[in-house]
Design a binder for this molecule. Structure first.
Ligand SMILES: [Zn+2]
Length: 111
């Protein structure tokens, strides 16, 4: 992958990272105010907590992927599949800038 493209993707990754961090902060805040809220229908805090935890967990995983991709960019291996070493489809990187696996390997690891 040519250097300019990597730089564009790195900008995207950094912006995305900021956004994810903001989201996590907002979720934590919303969750904390939720706990202090009224508790008059069953156990709303529990359901809410589960939901927020799942979201925060998902964002945490995304953050990890973003950090991995940024590390790859630093090593000059951005856009190269971590598993098979083949270049990742640029169209895929356009949609998922934090991708570190090509579609084939991603599918294989999810199986
Ligand atoms: Zn691969």
């Amino acid at each position: 992958m040519v250097r300019d493209t990597t730089e564009v993707q790195v900008e995207k990754l950094k912006a995305e990272r900021e956004r994810v961090l903001l989201d996590v902060g907002r979720l934590r805040e919303a969750f904390e105010s939720e706990v202090d809220g009224d508790v008059d229908e069953g156990d709303p805090n529990f359901a809410e907590r589960e939901k927020v935890m799942a979201l925060v967990r998902g964002l945490g995983l995304k953050l990890e992927s973003i950090d991995n991709a940024l590390r790859q960019a630093q090593d000059g291996t951005y856009g190269i599949c971590e598993r098979c070493g083949e270049p990742i489809d640029p169209a895929r990187l356009e949609v998922v800038p934090e991708a570190t696996l090509c579609v084939r390997c991603k599918t294989a690891t999810e199986r």
